[in-house]
Design a protein. Structure first.
Length: 693
């Protein structure tokens, strides 16, 4: 028996346990071990049923992605799965933790399935730009029907063990110790002469008329630009149109075509990058992470109350300190409204909402925050006010308390100095809306203690967030790069484009919204406040491109006022506005800028290449150690299309020599201060290399 799978006898039953930490991926050693377990079970006439389970916290999280992109060593996973289903004695899958991808496909080929109530079952392959290739699209609809199967496959939705029982995906939800419960189920099934049921031999339940076309349209809208979800619809449809063996063959063909495509390579890169950033260069291995038992937040605005919800949602008590009682009341009302919406949507129970609200309490004075393990500043972007606050927090906070700022634009080193305890100060930059956005930038200053960074990284994981550790610099990484895109978008308006053209080009590229639609959504007054806070960092031309100021002066604040860059109807649908076009034309004329027709290609290049160039400068300056961090920030924080892998990965695919040439071109047309290639790009281009080697 291979080391990755153990085999033991329990009377007339056998138990095979997958032991391949950390997630029991179905690597070659596991596949060899499973085949050996099936051999041992088959040749022993005294064994009448085999139970397969995973060791540790998971059944199996699926295939080993490190094997993708090269020939699979035999036995391949499909061989193991098909051998399991063909067995003449029953095989039972006992599921707990994650049973995902190939792990669930293996379970689907077993003749019986049981699961703990909180197990997670799913086929999330579309997140890697592929579809299931081990029969998942053919077996799952035979058990739960087309619509439910496509929700799991096309939308990558997991179900719990309890939900799986209701769907008919498993035979029973079991409780207590899993091995004992699974062996008991197997004994009862044998005693009852429960039939050995091969999923592939079942006929799928009748599909609703038009369900495949309906779901294809829905997926095309919700996952615009992604190929895999639509291929999943094709594959599941095969379960209803062709014999099972033919469906398996064609499913695998579709899967392999996607696996070898550019989109899947990009999505697999995104998947790997998010895991790679957990290993932080420069942060000593084994750096101890402190425990955060209580949090305080200063500031009750949109960000302050959103951050408070993040902590309460994770069971961490929070104190909120605002300007006055009215601010506290407004914050609590907004949080209650948010939870009420979640209750109405069915994503939260009333009991859960009440429990979370009870964890949030108001503080009457700053002195009441002294027992917090972490204090987060989330007040307005006013440098003097923030410095004074950090000075006060440095006096009242207990030793070891982390003092964090949610700012991304102001000088964290100055705030650290003002606190009098710079080793305990860091940036903790949440994105708006904080409860929904999964990205957090954790910024270390020149004096931040490594243990502080380690503690905040661990805390972010506890909050269910994706955290990236970066250096302290104006704008950090996300907003610093975003500012370069925003700059070019404004310049393009001056030179001849309109907001709707710029936004269309970037949404056609794959962003969920264009830059001007994003500003309208957040509020032009909010965007303007940020612009004013960093006015000293703007170039002369950037300050002169005051279209934002002009719109706000007209009362056009975006969606909330019914007009901003766009005009909005009663259903908040955006429409191009002649008034904005006239305002832009007058502005350009007043500045002596001759407007021209601008090609879509130029818009895309200037907006993207300005960002990538800044990213290269940040790597060169040591603000981020690698391109991985930048790609994760843009994928998780700004909706960069995953099927393009992230801005730095995209640049590598383009070729840094090509990128450098286009940057030099725009340096001559827009200005060298905006587009001179970063030294790192020049260096890598000359060496024929990319950001990833």
């Amino acid at each position: 028996m291979a080391d990755a799978v153990s085999f033991s006898r329990h009377g007339e039953l056998a138990l095979a346990v997958i032991e391949h930490p950390p997630v029991n991926a179905l690597a070659h050693a596991v596949r060899v071990g499973l085949m050996a377990a099936l051999d041992e079970f088959e040749r022993d006439p005294g064994l009448h049923a085999l139970v397969v389970r995973g060791a540790g916290r998971n059944f199996s999280a699926g295939a080993d992605v490190r094997e993708f992109g090269r020939p699979f060593a035999r036995p391949e996973l499909n061989e193991v799965i098909e051998r399991t289903e063909r067995m003449h004695k029953p095989v039972l899958a006992a599921l707990h933790g994650n049973a995902l991808g190939g792990g669930l496909e293996l379970a689907l080929a077993c003749h019986w399935r049981v699961a703990l109530p909180d197990a997670r079952l799913g086929l999330p392959e579309v997140k890697l730009g592929i579809i299931p290739g081990g029969g998942g699209t053919q077996r799952l609809p035979r058990l739960i029907g087309a619509r439910a199967a496509l929700r799991m496959i096309g939308e990558a939705r997991d179900v719990t063990g309890e939900e799986a029982a209701g769907l008919g995906l498993i035979d029973a939800c079991v409780h207590g110790e899993l091995t004992a419960a699974a062996l008991d189920f197997a004994r009862r099934a044998l005693k009852e002469r429960r039939p050995l049921r091969r999923t592939g031999a079942l006929s799928p339940p009748a599909a609703e008329p038009g369900v495949f076309d309906e779901l294809a349209r829905t997926l095309a809208q919700r996952q615009r630009g992604f190929k895999a979800p639509l291929e999943a619809v094709k594959a599941v449809r095969l379960a209803y149109e062709v014999p099972f063996s033919e469906g398996l063959r064609r499913e695998l063909e579709l899967c392999m075509a996607l696996l070898n495509g550019a989109e899947s390579r990009a999505q697999r890169h995104a998947f790997a990058a998010e895991r790679e950033i957990a290993h932080v260069p420069g942060l000593p291995a084994g750096t101890p992470a402190g425990e955060i038992r209580a949090v305080a937040i200063v500031g009750t605005g949109v960000m302050g109350r959103g951050i408070a919800s993040c902590f309460a949602n994770s069971g961490i008590p929070v104190q909120l300190l605002g300007r006055n009682a009215a601010a506290h009341a407004a914050a609590r009302a907004a949080i209650q409204k948010s939870y009420a919406g979640a209750i109405a949507r069915g994503t939260l129970t009333e009991a859960q909402a009440a429990q979370r609200l009870a964890l949030i309490r108001e503080a009457a004075a700053i002195e009441e925050l002294g027992d917090a393990d972490l204090i987060v500043e989330a007040i307005a972007e006013e440098p003097q006010a923030k410095a004074e606050l950090f000075g006060a927090l440095g006096h009242i906070a207990k030793t070891g308390t982390i003092l964090a700022s949610n700012t991304s634009f102001l000088d964290l080193n100055a705030l650290a100095a003002a606190s009098g305890r710079p080793a305990e100060v860091a940036g903790l930059h949440f994105f708006n809306p904080a409860p929904a956005m999964r990205l957090i930038e954790i910024a270390h200053t020149a004096h931040t203690a490594p243990a502080v960074s380690a503690t905040l990284l661990a805390l972010a994981r506890r909050l269910g967030k994706t955290a990236v550790l970066v250096g302290a610099i104006e704008g950090l990484v996300a907003n610093r790069m975003l500012a370069r895109r925003s700059r070019e978008a404004l310049f393009l308006l001056e030179e001849g484009a309109l907001p709707e053209q710029v936004d269309r080009v970037l949404t056609d590229f794959g962003f969920p919204l264009g830059p001007f639609a994003v500003q309208d959504l957040g509020g032009l007054d909010v965007v303007l406040a940020t612009r004013r806070a960093r006015v000293q960092q703007l170039s002369t031309r950037e300050r002169a491109a005051d279209l934002l100021e002009q719109l706000v002066a007209l009362g056009r604040l975006g969606q909330k006022s019914g007009a901003g860059w766009y005009r909005y109807d009663g259903e908040r649908r955006a429409h191009g506005d002649a008034l904005v076009a006239e305002l832009i034309a007058r502005h350009a004329h007043g500045r002596g800028i001759q407007r021209r027709a601008i090609a879509d290609e130029e818009i895309l290049e200037r907006c993207l290449y300005a960002m990538i160039n800044e990213g290269a400068r940040l790597i060169g300056a040591g603000i981020v150690p690698r391109a991985h961090e930048i790609d994760v920030i843009w994928l998780a924080g700004f909706g960069f299309p995953a099927y393009r892998g992230g801005p730095m990965y995209y640049a590598d695919r383009l070729g840094l020599d090509v990128l450098a040439g286009r940057l030099r071109h725009y340096a001559t047309t827009v200005g060298p201060e905006y587009f001179s290639p970063a030294p790192l790009i020049e260096e890598l281009a000359q060496a024929g290399r990319g950001f990833y080697g």
